[in-house]
Design a protein around this ligand. Structure first.
Ligand code: AMP
Ligand code: MG
Length: 405
């Protein structure tokens, strides 16, 4: 049965979401970015730890303004003012410095006039203006990061701010990559005119690494049941198995047969997309696989044409790599951009076609290509146009969805 793109994607997300989370390992703070957090992280102090000024200026009592105040001292970041601001008084204050006792507002230095030991302020002030109250960003013991988040640079900053020199992350999932096809030769070989170098294994490895997995490229499987089975069983020792090729209806497309023979369950083997219609997703949960070390593993049979392999990885398999890596979600943003020219396609399938998105992300132009095998066209693209299956024609200037490459 053929599924729509959305149903197929939901299938992947719901099946893999139930998988066990991977083991944990510690990493140093400097290596944490890009890894998936394996523990909740709490604030070890209020943030800010004291009420702080967010401007250079004067700490005052708002009720005194407008007015002419006596400057009784100054306070800078890293210090605390020992005294207290009384009626008619002000303390010169720098950004980041704690608010002195007695003061309830900060006036920007630009709005003041300093005359010897006094400061003249002509405008009123709102109580609490330019003050970050203690704990307003996070309170001590509050959970500020949840396990399952991929750590970005802001998360690294927060880990640092709360004193984590190391952090617990999930082990990266190992992803086996098996290209299939009698016509496929190693990259180092010189192919005859009817052979093709194995590019899919390398594009997949790059995509796996970007998704936070560790790629493991296995030898190319020949188009025989025996050799393909050998490679499939080797690949199932990893956390996830990706195959490329061998999933169409041809006589030598043996991938599904091999997987069925070892007792795999198939969640789909056809999706209403182009490229990549004959894409296979399943799990080795059948009887023949029981008790073996390859039981309970997810696999994808990705179609062999290079753009099909790349697109189906991105829209389906990436989610599996990310979820198996412990991430709590796997987003697939497809924002809108304006078409720079008219665009038409035959309705019925969701199409992912190579495209060039303008630098500011607002305008998209289809890239001329010659079908799913056109790697040169893919290198000229930085995105895919996502054409809706219910709609054949888009006029120049209309919005269409875009998937970043
Ligand atoms: P298949 O899905 O096995 O029918 O393969 C479809 C087409 O994809 C083949 O005819 C090749 O042109 C191409 N192809 C398959 N595997 C690879 C690979 N590993 N690297 C590059 N191109 C491939
Ligand atoms: Mg093939």
């Amino acid at each position: 049965m053929a599924l729509t793109f959305h149903v197929a994607r939901e299938t992947v997300l719901s099946k893999v979401a139930g998988a066990q989370r991977p083991p944990r390992e510690p990493v140093a703070l400097g290596d944490a970015a890009g890894r998936v957090l394996a523990e909740d992280v709490a604030a070890d102090r209020d943030s800010p730890a004291l009420s702080r000024s967010v401007r250079d200026g004067y700490a005052v009592r708002a009720a005194d303004l407008p007015g002419d105040l006596v400057v009784i001292g100054e306070v800078r970041a890293g210090e605390r003012f020992a005294g207290e601001v009384g009626a008619g008084q002000a303390v010169e204050i720098m950004t980041g410095a704690p608010i002195p006792a007695g003061a309830d507002a900060v006036v920007m230095v630009e709005h003041t006039r300093r005359v010897d030991g006094r400061v003249e302020i002509d405008a009123p002030a709102e109580p609490a203006q330019f003050i970050n109250p203690q704990g307003c960003e996070a309170a001590v013991n509050q959970t500020v990061l949840r396990a399952g988040k991929r750590i970005d640079h802001a998360d690294v900053a927060m880990l640092a701010a709360f004193g984590h020199t190391q952090v617990s992350v999930f082990r990266k999932p190992e992803v086996a990559i098996v290209a299939t096809g009698d016509e496929i030769v190693e990259v180092s070989e010189t192919p005859t005119a009817f052979q093709i170098r194995n590019s899919n294994a390398y594009s997949l490895a790059a995509q796996v690494a970007r998704a936070g997995g560790v790629p493991r490229i296995l030898p190319v499987a020949r188009d025989t049941v025996e050799h393909t089975r050998d490679m499939v069983l080797r690949g199932l020792a990893s956390d996830l198995l990706l195959l490329s090729g061998g999933v169409s209806a041809g006589k030598y497309d043996v991938v599904e047969q091999v997987l069925a023979d070892i007792g795999a369950a198939f969640y789909f083997d056809r999706v209403l997309i182009q490229p990549g219609q004959p894409v296979v997703f399943g799990e080795t949960i059948g009887a023949a696989a029981s008790g073996k070390r390859w039981q309970g593993k997810f696999f994808f049979g990705l179609p062999g044409n290079p753009s099909s392999t790349m697109v189906t990885f991105e829209i389906f398999a990436r989610a599996a790599v990310e979820l198996l890596g412990g991430r709590s979600e796997s987003p697939l943003p497809m924002p809108f951009a304006r078409l720079s020219r008219d665009f038409r396609h035959r309705p019925g399938l969701t199409r992912f076609l190579p495209a060039l998105l303008s630098g500011d992300g607002t305008e998209v132009t289809p890239v001329e290509w010659h079908g799913s095998g056109d790697i040169p066209a893919l290198t000229r693209a930085n995105a895919y146009l996502v054409a809706d299956p219910f709609r054949g024609e888009y006029a120049r200037g209309e919005f269409i969805r875009v998937l970043l490459k």
